[in-house]
Each structure stands twice: as C-alpha cells, then as structure tokens.
Design a protein. Structure first.
Length: 381
C-alpha cells in the first residue's frame, strides 16, 4: 500500500540532487521511498498522512552500539563522576554478568534497547558482540544480535579476559571463535588501545577476519593517540570509531581514505575525555559519522538526538553536518546506500520531528522531538 506523507515543512533528503526541500511530500511504497519532491506535484497514493508543517528527515543510522549485555555499571559511572579515570578494564564487569545471563534475558534486553532507540528515530542500528569472550558466549551473542539488529559486528577482541594469556587469546579470536561467529556477522572489530590490544595483535585479528570475508571496523584513538587510525586506513576498514585523540597525520590519513571517522560524543562526555575534533576532520575533508556507542559502561544512551545536539553545541559542527553524519554518515560507515537517505529506492525509514526544522534538534536541547517514525514503510508505535 502506497502512503503519501504530505505537509512536510522541511524535508532533509541527504540526496545531492534533491537537497533540502520545503513544502514537500514523500511517497512510501513496498518498504521503499517511491517519490520525493514538492507537495504540489505529489502523485496519488492509497493513504495520505499530513504532518502539518513538521520537519522530516531520514531515520537515524546508529553505526556503533554494544547492546548484547546484562548487568549494570552504575557504580563505575558514579566513580568516574567523582574523578576516577576511565580505563578499558570495566568491560570485565559486564562480561561476568553477560556470561551468567540466559539467552532469553539477553534477547529481551537487546529488544528493549532497540525499541527505545526506534522510539527516538533510530531506524537502522549496528550492534556488536564482545561481552562474552568465550567461543560459546560470543557465538550466542552473535546469534541473538542477528535476530534483532540490522548489522552485527564480531568484537571478540574487546578485552583480554582476566587470567588469560593475551597471545593465546588472540589465537582463539582468530581461530575457533571466529569460525563460530562468522555465520552470524558481517563485520569484525578490535579495540586497538592501551589496556586492550596492541597494534600487532589488532592487525592479526583484522587480517584473519578479512580472510573470512568480513568487513573491518576499528575502535581506536579513544584514550590517547595510537595506531588505531593508521591500522584502519592501511587495512581499508569501513570505519575507525572514537577518534578522540588524533595527530595531524591521522587526520590527513582519514581525509585521503574511504575510512569513516565515527565520533561518539556521548561516550566522550560520560568518560570525561576531550570531545573528538570534528571540525578538524571535516575541514580536512574526512567523512564523519556520529553514533551513540550505547553500552552499559561508557555511554549508556540510545539517543542519537543527544549526539547531534552535542556535536552542534560543543564540537563546532553545523546542524546540517551533524544530521548528515547521524544519518548518511552512519550509512557510509556501514557501507550502505539504502538507509540514511530519503530518495527513490531508499529504504522507507522516516523520522518526523515535532518541530518545523532540524535546527530545533540543537536549538531545543534535551527536548524530545520525535513525532512519528516509519521503518521499512511501517509506522512504529
């Protein structure tokens, strides 16, 4: 059934040819966008929805989350707020809780968070394994994630489990564990950081995953300058995520590559790190995405609007840049062209704001502005 969404005060398409339209309309049909343009030229459809001058944009594309987990890390957050520095080691707390949880508990928790995100306009979401760190637990995390998320990433190289030998664990990640998760995932990732995996170990993991046909992602440059960006670019990773601390060489390498710099501002705030240098990256010509990094330890939010607001108010991005980075930028980081856009042929993922313009996302910080959401052409909620 074709649906005509009309009365759009401002339509953000992210399409260079269509641009941003005013007094616009959209037609959704068969789970895809069938038409976009001026309302006066809109074709007929089976159903008509008048959004009465509200702004419409593509659904958020959240290209970095960790939502297959159990447990709570409130105490860790309180300690950070009291001045304790963030380190990678807190992940082990979630690993213990996740291993103890049943499949049903993990699946229910994942669905709850995905639904929470969708209610705020997120229509395409990636999530990772990485809180199991045994062959069986990583495999079940991947299997559960694949039933809910749009994209699944293998992150067995999240942390060396307490008591394990690092090199032996990397052997496991590159061998038996990779074999177990590969049928359920599209991507592989590694936490290339002090306290997690060094450059040589990270390279081993990524090369093994690439040989299995998986796309590559990298957690890098979160806690300080390091090899993450360089490694991601050298190996042709789709994205390198965090990018909080970058050298001039890192910025130049990203600008000269197809690797997307995925920035995670909610995580930077929660860990009291510096905010990633979005303006430097954009001015250099790098492709930037924004994502939530939703996880129980360092960024427990599913609000992409909060990330957009932070990017505008504190990272010197324009509203248009931040909205593009949270939609089309996330799609680029996932190597997709069917989401993050509202143009004929794109997936019918539509976010209607309770506002006349996307500018209100930053102009009215903290105010819930999602009016309606369609995902694959189906209205949610």
């Amino acid at each position: 059934m074709a649906i005509l969404i009309t009365g759009i005060g401002e339509l953000t398409t992210n399409d260079p040819e269509l641009g941003q339209l005013h007094d616009a309309a959209l037609v959704l049909d068969g789970g895809a966008v069938a038409w976009a343009g001026p309302a006066e030229r809109a074709p007929a459809a089976d159903e008509r929805v008048d959004v009465e001058g509200r702004a419409v944009l593509p659904g958020w594309v959240d290209s970095h989350t960790h939502l297959v987990f159990a447990g709570d890390r409130t105490a860790e957050f309180e300690a950070r707020m009291a001045g304790k520095p963030y380190t990678a080691g807190g992940i082990a707390v979630t690993v213990r809780a996740t291993r103890e949880a049943s499949d049903e508990q993990l699946a229910a928790n994942l669905r709850r968070h995905v639904e929470e995100a969708a209610a705020q306009g997120t229509t395409c979401l990636e999530t990772k394994t990485g809180y199991g760190l045994t062959v069986a637990d990583e495999a079940r995390s991947a299997r559960i994630a694949a039933t809910v998320a749009d994209e699944v990433t293998y992150l067995g190289a999240h942390l060396v489990p307490p008591g394990a030998d690092a090199e032996s664990y990397v052997d496991l990640v590159c061998g038996e564990m990779l074999d177990a998760v590969a049928p359920h995932v599209r991507w592989a990732d590694v936490f290339c950081e002090t306290g997690a995996f060094d450059e040589a170990q990270s390279a081993r993991v990524l090369k093994a995953a690439a040989e299995r046909g998986l796309g590559l992602r990298v957690h890098g440059n979160q806690l300080g300058e390091g090899p993450g960006v360089r490694l991601a670019v050298q190996l042709g990773a789709a994205s390198v995520d965090h990018c909080t601390y970058l050298s001039d060489e890192d910025v130049e390498a990203l600008a000269a590559s197809d690797t997307v710099a995925t920035l995670l501002p909610a995580c930077d705030l929660s860990t009291r790190q510096s905010l990633a240098p979005a303006r430097r990256l954009l001015d250099a010509g790098a492709t930037v995405a924004l994502a939530s990094n939703a996880n129980p330890g360092s960024s427990y939010t599913t609000s992409m609007a909060f990330c957009v607001t932070t990017a505008v108010l504190q990272m010197r991005m324009t509203v248009a840049e931040a909205v593009w980075s949270a939609t089309a930028g996330g799609a680029r980081a996932l190597r997709r062209d069917d989401v993050g856009y509202l143009r004929p042929g794109a997936r019918a993922d539509v976010h209607v704001l309770e506002a006349p313009s996307v500018t209100h996302l930053a102009y009215r910080p903290g105010v819930p502005l999602t009016h309606a959401v369609w995902r694959r052409g189906e209205r949610m909620g």
